[in-house]
Design a protein around this ligand. Structure first.
Ligand code: CA
Length: 234
């Protein structure tokens, strides 16, 4: 099976979650396989023999409930965490006694999900993964997750936690668009309060810290109607 990097099968059809999960879980030392529907999920389960399955309940075609039943019917004891769209659904899914190990409701925070994944893996005596605390450097900005430190053009800049996590996600995906939903799922989950401006406020604060001219950003670029992109240096 796997060494220190647990293999996770993510069965999820929502693009914003797939994006945030892939980045977040890889960063936490997991190997990630993604299936976008139930049938593909079952096929990938057979092929990859994962250490853990993260299974969305509402999937196109074959539902997560049916996928869970099929996995259990095959005799596999793999840990399964079900993902429901609303807290109310948890009770319904619980009532079905599917043999899942845990349940989370959307929107969730990636870091909380990872903590629960590790708890389930530990209970099953499987590898729990180690955080990859590599520094990230893009252009003149360096981010050090272990020391929780950012250096901009060599100078240490203090950044609050949510801004740090937002910058981490953007820099991790440098050159590619991070959608608004993906950013919110990664940084806030259901802690996301107020209107949709909270994200923009954090982006503007980050620009104030790392851009030479925050009014004309050259690092954190707005992709209108979609999200943001961290620009790779030309
Ligand atoms: Ca879904």
């Amino acid at each position: 099976m796997s060494g220190s990097h647990p293999v996770v099968l993510v069965v999820e059809d929502e693009e914003s979650y797939v994006d945030a999960l892939t980045v977040g879980l890889q960063r936490e030392g997991f190997m990630v396989h993604v299936a976008r529907d139930g049938r593909d999920g079952l096929a990938l389960f057979e092929r990859t023999q994962p250490d853990l399955v993260l299974l969305d309940v509402m999937l196109p075609g074959m539902s997560g409930v049916d996928v869970c039943r099929a996995i259990r019917a095959s005799g596999a004891a793999v840990p399964i965490i079900m993902v429901t769209a609303r807290t109310a659904e948890v009770d319904v899914v619980l009532g079905l006694e599917l043999g899942a190990d845990d349940y989370v409701s959307k929107p969730y925070r990636i870091r909380e999900l990872v903590a629960r994944m590790r708890a389930v893996l530990r209970r099953h005596g499987r590898p729990v993964g180690t955080q990859l605390a590599d520094t990230l450097t893009v252009g003149d900005v360096r981010l050090d997750p272990e020391r929780h430190e950012i250096r901009v053009r060599g100078e240490v800049v203090t950044v609050p936690l949510k801004e740090f996590e937002l910058l981490e996600l953007l820099m991790e995906r440098s050159g590619r668009v991070v959608t608004r939903d993906a950013a919110i799922a990664y940084v806030w989950g259901d802690d996301y309060v107020g209107d949709t401006k909270t994200l923009d406020v954090h982006i503007n604060r980050l620009r104030g810290r790392i851009e030479e001219d925050p009014a004309k950003p050259t690092r954190i670029i707005t992709v209108r109607g979609v999200g943001y992109r961290y620009e790779l240096p030309g």
